[in-house]
Design a protein around this ligand. Structure first.
Ligand SMILES: Nc1ncnc2c1ncn2[C@@H]1O[C@H](COP(=O)(O)OP(=O)(O)O)[C@@H](O)[C@H]1O
Ligand SMILES: [Mg+2]
Length: 312
């Protein structure tokens, strides 16, 4: 399979701060590649370098086999970016916005008109082509921004947290658009801090933390990282008397989180320590309401690798 994108030792420093730290990665043709990481992990900085919006401090990026700093126009023509912060002109109509951005990529005349209409239709704003975005909902603005990014039919489409702060209906619309664009032959890079979304649509995922890729693979491969872990959820009435530190000392327990009426205990799967855990809870006079073992998901993978929740 061909690589659409190759990143080698990509690094970005802001002063002394290293936002992206020697990242290397290949994205293959036809993938919906997920960039999953907490806020501040370095996702936007990375993709802004891929989209030539930001200059790297070190490292190289190849798009379709060509270095993007040596082939600026080629790289721009073949990339479409939907930025994290919506970038559209409020005082231009939906049509004018798409037409303006497509024009930047060199489309003219009849082709420009066709592609503009096609992109607006694609994001479900065909009927709204004469409307001004200032009257649009957040979801509609985001969809318009997607239309601006795809009208020139790029090979690689990058979407930076496109579903943050929008209604569920627009969210579903966007996720379906990603699938459709992919079926039409586009390779997609999709960044998010929502693991459910990434798990739902991405064919391969990189987990990013502190500017580094700490794991990479299909969701099945990522979950396989933690087959030696299990997560036990214990419903409790109150944790007032609970000594969390005592729980953490129990053999096999790797982390304990307390969320309202739920204790979430990560433990090595080969050690049967449930009796010890329950004993401790009873000793602390904690009323147990339920016990269940959770199947691992990407959140557990993230927690295992970083020791933190994705949304902390
Ligand atoms: N222009 C900038 N100047 C200084 N620091 C920045 C700049 N842009 C991003 N950062 C820092 O780099 C880190 C990564 O940011 P970002 O790439 O936006 O993360 P993410 O998109 O994963 O939330 C953060 O700590 C952020 O504060
Ligand atoms: Mg970001």
């Amino acid at each position: 399979m061909n690589n659409v994108l190759e990143m080698n030792n990509l690094t970005k420093k802001f002063g002394d701060f290293i936002a992206v730290d020697h990242m290397s990665l290949n994205v293959r043709e036809g993938e919906i590649f997920g960039f999953l990481g907490a806020n501040g992990a370095g996702k936007s900085t990375t993709i802004n370098m891929i989209a030539s919006l930001l200059r790297s401090t070190k490292g190289e990026i190849n798009l379709l086999g060509k270095n993007i700093t040596k082939n600026v126009r080629f790289a721009k023509m073949n990339t479409g970016i939907v930025p994290q912060d919506i970038a559209i002109y409020e005082d231009m109509t939906a049509y004018e916005n798409v037409s303006f951005f497509a024009g930047l990529y060199g489309l003219r005349g009849k082709l420009l008109k066709e592609r503009t209409e096609e992109a607006l239709e694609f994001v479900g704003l065909g009927e709204k082509h004469k409307s001004f975005p200032k009257n649009f909902s957040g979801g509609m603005k985001r969809r318009l921004n997607i239309a601006c990014a795809i009208a020139h039919r790029p090979k690689l489409i990058i979407m930076d947290e496109p579903t943050v702060g929008i209604d569920p209906q627009s969210r579903n619309y966007i996720l379906n658009s990603v699938r459709k664009l992919n079926e039409m032959g586009c390779t997609i890079i999709y960044t998010s801090h929502y693991m459910e979304e990434v798990e739902e649509i991405c064919t391969r995922i990189a987990i990013v933390d502190h500017g580094k890729i700490i794991a990479e693979g299909t969701k099945e491969q990522l979950k396989a990282i933690i087959t030696d872990s299990k997560e036990i959820w214990i419903g409790i009435k109150s944790a007032d008397l609970l000594q969390l530190d005592q729980l953490k000392l129990i053999q096999g327990v790797t982390s304990v989180r307390h969320e309202e009426h739920m204790l979430k205990i990560m433990s090595k799967s080969e050690i049967n320590n449930l009796n010890r855990i329950i004993q401790q809870l009873i000793m602390n006079q904690v009323e147990i309401r339920s016990i269940e073992e959770q199947a691992p998901n990407l959140e557990t993978v993230f927690l295992t690798l970083t020791g933190r929740n994705l949304r902390d």
